[in-house]
Design a binder for this molecule. Structure first.
Ligand code: PMP
Length: 446
């Protein structure tokens, strides 16, 4: 079978010609078992040959609807035209020089664009890296140098990565941390605002968190507070209104660097450029990755120019950080976001998903909460009438969706949250069809 071409030209349909996974994927999975370390898992083991618009095509010729975007990465769509064009041009020009050796425009162009789109009108600078975890590590490095302090505050249910420092910052043990310690020190965890579970107003939840930081760490010892403005892996929790502004204000009053980890929530996903924008919160530093470059590995720390410049020359960098092809992809992704007003598209997708989810909740009391913003929505499944997590049901619904040709993802500390992250290039019809499948999956697993 010849591989179809990806991108938006790919037929936009759900089409199953074999079981999931089909024989070609099963054979490929066997090779994976032989050659790839078992610690590297896969959620849905179909081997991909093409993707674009709102579909993923596998080695057996199945066409699946994508509600995951490779974990919030291909927001502009897979093989999006501007991304593919700019990457092709860059590959033909040069592939690498190392920006720290001989620089090039693409890197500077991405930093200039980040200054424009990230929250706040102040003077900003950026540094580019390869992965989200690397960006978070560098945000901590910058905060420590700028403040001369050591302590780092993070929150319950947080996910910041899998490197040693970011494992310490991540909350959940299994599978992210289990057996991998000892972890980096000087990381302190504060309670998050989790409206379903704490019922607190944003102000009250912020006061609770600030009290922990004040009494157990001390503002004078704190370099930075790092927070996901909407939780990613931890369960798509949207803090109660007022929580983020109160926290940012406390940081400002105490000269603590306020770092927004927008790695999952950034770049139009939530219906605005960044999740912080919904409450007018202006972080000192923003970490980005995932949606920034249409699937190529790129990450950034963007922030107040004077903060970014507090680090000595040579203190930030890495061999591949801001690789020219990844930068070309980012410029292509930004072009797609602007040309097609993908923030507006995310709001439309969010409204459409919310309507489906409200209908679903009316019939399935296991759905305890519908939350999220824009095209970053989730439902939390609990034993009806309680907040007792029902991870088994989430797993069953997830498996049924996969069997029916819809790529879905779960998340959450208890694994009981079903999250929806379609590419912003998905059509209304495909989205409706996907939620029809989700509805059936709830019905058949009831
Ligand atoms: N922060 C957040 C909020 C994330 O969602 C992730 C990835 N899921 C990371 C950091 C780590 O990013 P990466 O996997 O690119 O290292």
């Amino acid at each position: 079978m010849t591989s179809p071409t990806g991108g938006p030209a790919l037929p936009q349909q759900r089409r199953l010609v074999t079981e999931i996974p089909g024989p070609a994927s099963v054979a490929a999975l066997e090779r994976k078992r032989t050659h790839v370390a078992d610690g590297v898992g896969t959620v849905l083991p179909v081997f991909v040959t093409a993707a674009g618009g709102g579909v993923i095509v596998d080695a057996d010729g199945n066409s699946l609807i994508d509600l995951g975007s490779g974990i919030a990465v291909t927001s502009v769509g897979n093989a999006a035209p501007a991304v593919a064009r700019r990457v092709h041009e860059q590959v033909d020009a040069f592939t690498h020089t190392c920006f720290m050796v001989t620089p090039y425009d693409g890197y500077v162009d991405v930093c200039a664009a980040l200054a424009e789109v990230t929250p706040g009108d102040h003077a900003k600078k950026s540094a580019l890296f390869n992965s989200g975890a690397e960006a978070v590590e560098n945000a901590v490095k910058i905060s420590r140098v700028a403040t001369g302090r050591d302590a780092v505050a993070v929150f319950d249910h947080a996910y910041h990565g899998r490197t040693n420092l970011t494992m310490a910052m991540t909350a959940k043990n299994m599978p992210y941390k289990h057996g991998f310690g000892p972890f980096a020190g000087e990381i302190y965890r504060a309670p998050l605002s989790y409206p379903l579970r704490d019922g607190l107003s944003g102000e009250a939840a912020a006061a609770r968190a600030i009290d922990v930081l004040d009494k157990q760490v001390g503002a004078d010892n704190l370099a930075c507070v790092v927070i996901e403005p909407i939780l990613g892996e931890g369960g798509f929790v949207v803090p109660a209104p007022g929580f983020l502004p109160a926290l940012a204000e406390w940081c400002r009053a105490n000269s603590v660097v306020f770092v927004a980890d927008e790695i999952q929530s950034g770049f139009c996903r939530t219906g605005d450029w960044f999740a912080c924008d919904h409450e007018g919160v202006v972080p000192d530093l923003v970490t980005t990755a995932k949606g920034i470059a249409g699937g190529l590995p790129l990450a950034a720390v963007t922030g107040r120019a004077e903060l970014m410049d507090s680090v000595h020359a040579g203190g930030l960098g890495g061999t591949y950080g801001g690789n020219p092809i990844a930068c070309a992809a980012a410029l292509g992704a930004l072009e797609e976001m602007r040309t097609h007003d993908l923030a507006a598209r995310a709001r439309e997708i969010g409204a459409q998903m919310t309507a489906h989810l409200e209908k679903l909740r009316a019939n399935h009391p296991v759905i305890a909460d519908i939350r999220g913003r824009g095209a970053m929505m989730a439902i939390e499944l609990c034993t009806p009438g309680t907040t007792e997590p029902d991870a088994a049901r989430a797993a069953a619904v997830n498996a049924a969706c996969h069997q029916a040709g819809v790529v879905t993802l779960t998340c959450g500390t208890w694994g009981n949250v079903f999250r929806f992250l379609p590419p912003l290039s998905i059509s209304d019809d495909l989205l409706d069809e996907a939620f029809g499948v989700v509805g059936e999956a709830f019905a058949t697993t009831a």
